[in-house]
Design a binder for this molecule. Structure first.
Ligand code: BTN
Length: 243
């Protein structure tokens, strides 16, 4: 298994871009870029990721045995690894919300992002992870404060970011080497950590129906009131209270 090498930087635009540059320069699997803050942190679907000082903001280079069009597989693996390590190392009982959110008591604690990068014959996955660790909720813009939480708020004390990041990346490296053959098992584990199935959901703000299952790739199957099923490949999911 490749070794994890941490590079800690101050303020960057996005660790995703630094990791891409490192891959172009020939750095290998296990390279991890950690930033103190990000000016242009990004989330899924072009959203902005607010990254105040104190959080665990990092990107890791992996070389999983998958094709470019299967990059969603890395995102599911990353969500699973982050959720497991938060439980094992910090005792935090967070849950996954399809497809890439990690929620604690209904608020966003962490998010993961997977981007593909082809350099000559080699396919790299750049995995981005943001965990709101040693950050006060007040450090986020007011419009987000209702929806985010942090380990500091939950535990009442700071955690060490670097050991946490190392554990997450080691788990990712270990499991990504068999991402092709183990994917059905990874999805089963992902689903067991996920609280989306069974809930009534909206997709991008529009009421969609009840989340009933994941398909074999991890896409979400939703049934509307009439029982018509549809497959959601991407989108932001919100939970809808039902009477
Ligand atoms: C999401 O929930 O939409 C994914 C958020 C991923 C954020 C992390 S922070 C480190 C890395 N650098 C980025 O610009 N984004 C990821």
């Amino acid at each position: 298994m490749s070794k994890v090498t941490l590079t800690v930087l101050g303020e960057v635009d996005s660790t995703m871009d630094v990791a891409r540059d490192f891959a172009q320069e020939g750095r290998g699997e296990g390279t991890v870029i950690i930033a103190e803050t990000q000016k242009r942190g990004r989330g899924r679907n072009g959203s902005t990721w607010i990254s105040p000082s104190g959080g665990a903001w990092f990107s890791a280079l992996l070389r999983p045995p998958i094709k470019q069009e299967e990059s969603h597989r890395v995102m599911f693996l990353a969500g699973l690894c982050v959720n497991e390590i938060l439980w094992e190392e910090l005792g935090i009982d967070s849950a996954l919300r399809w497809p890439n959110d990690i929620l604690l008591e209904g608020r966003k604690l962490a998010g993961v992002l997977g981007e593909g990068l082809q350099i000559k014959d080699t396919y790299y996955a750049v995995v981005g992870v943001g965990v709101n660790t040693n950050v006060a909720v007040d450090a986020f813009p007011e419009r987000l404060r209702q929806d985010v939480t942090t380990t500091l708020e939950y535990l009442g004390e700071e955690v060490e970011n670097e050991p946490l990041i190392k554990s997450i990346t080691e788990r990712l490296l270990k499991r990504s080497s068999s991402l092709h053959s183990d994917y059905p098992q990874i999805l089963r584990e992902w689903e067991s950590h996920c609280d989306t199935i069974g809930k009534t959901v909206e997709v991008d703000g529009t009421l969609a129906g009840k989340a009933i299952s994941l398909d074999e790739e991890g896409f979400l199957i939703i049934a509307d009131k009439e029982g018509n099923e549809r497959r959601i490949v991407s989108g932001n999911i919100g939970y809808v209270e039902t009477p």
